[in-house]
Design a protein around this ligand. Sequence first.
Ligand code: NAD
Length: 357
Amino acid sequence: MKIAILPGDGIGTEIMAEAVKVLKAVDLPFEMETALVGGAAFEAFGHPLPDATLKLAKEADAILFGAVGDWKYDKLERSLRPEQAILGLRKQLSLFANFRPAICYEQLTHASSLKPELVAGLDILIIRELTGDIYFGQPRGRRIAVDGHFPGAEEAFDTMRYSRPEIERIAHVAFQAARKRDHRVTSVDKANVLETFQFWKDIVTEVHADYPDVALDHMYVDNAAMQLVRAPKRFDVIVTGNMFGDILSDAAAMLTGSIGMLPSASLDANNKGLYEPSHGSAPDIAGKGIANPLATILSAAMMLRFSLNQPEAAERIESAVSQVLAAGLRTADIWSEGTKRTSTSEMGDAVLAAISR
Ligand code: NAD
């Protein structure tokens, strides 16, 4: 088994160092190879996703990704910006299914923006389609309007589209994931207004016929946004398109307290995947040694479970994280009165010690 390690920029290198430490501690026969990506790769090779990095990502059985980006690259032409590396990897590796669990740890309920009783025990999984929808639909661009409210004025446009196979495969992923959980799927759409999402709803309903043991309900995205902050525990698995998923998964992230706690996975049809924390490169705290490494460590656990078929090792890491939180250790983003503030590397060391116990 080979793991591509792509630390990236900003806190990416700091949090990845801790995840690598933890991966070494579970003592499995895998090889780890590191490559530059994002701004760091642009500095060295003039491109955020150099050929050698892409080759390593393609060869590897799984990819562990830190984070990319820095404000100093904002003036670069779009194709050279660090964030293009992640879009390029998703596209080149056909990573169409994004898994974003939102779990609220018992000890962190106070850090949520919602009342503790609404989030205590929260465990939902958002599955976002990642390679279609209005983010990739063609045509798109700017032009002079020939109709609409202001003919002759400048306008911009994008295209929302989904094909049958794209919807079928993400629906299968969601129903199969629900079978490993509470057997409930909520498909989020905007079928009342958008043709694309009426089609989405029809096809998800068709695919559901293969999964009679899983309950399916449909919800409009505006209502889903409301329910996520009103009664988030009513959900088990949420499946939705690229744009709605982008927005809802960030809202769900905040329910759990800190984005520094949330792992994510992006999988292809064979469960090969790219695993990364849900947050970015946090240039505001980079180099200070205070970033929370737990989202990256938990991403490594997800990688062991989904792509490398090592559920016991994944369990050991997840349980070590719970133990460390129970012992009151906190990085700055989740710190509160009465708990012990740790640095990035102290947090990694504490997880390591809990694994070895
Ligand atoms: P961000 O997620 O990097 O940071 C948002 C806030 O959360 C900041 O205050 C930051 O300090 C804090 N934060 C994030 N991760 C943390 C952690 N592990 N521990 C403690 N605090 C943490 O988002 P942003 O500031 O909007 O973007 C910064 C850069 O990251 C930009 O260049 C953006 O394009 C990029 N970005 C990259 C990815 C990715 O690599 N997949 C995702 C989102 C943003």
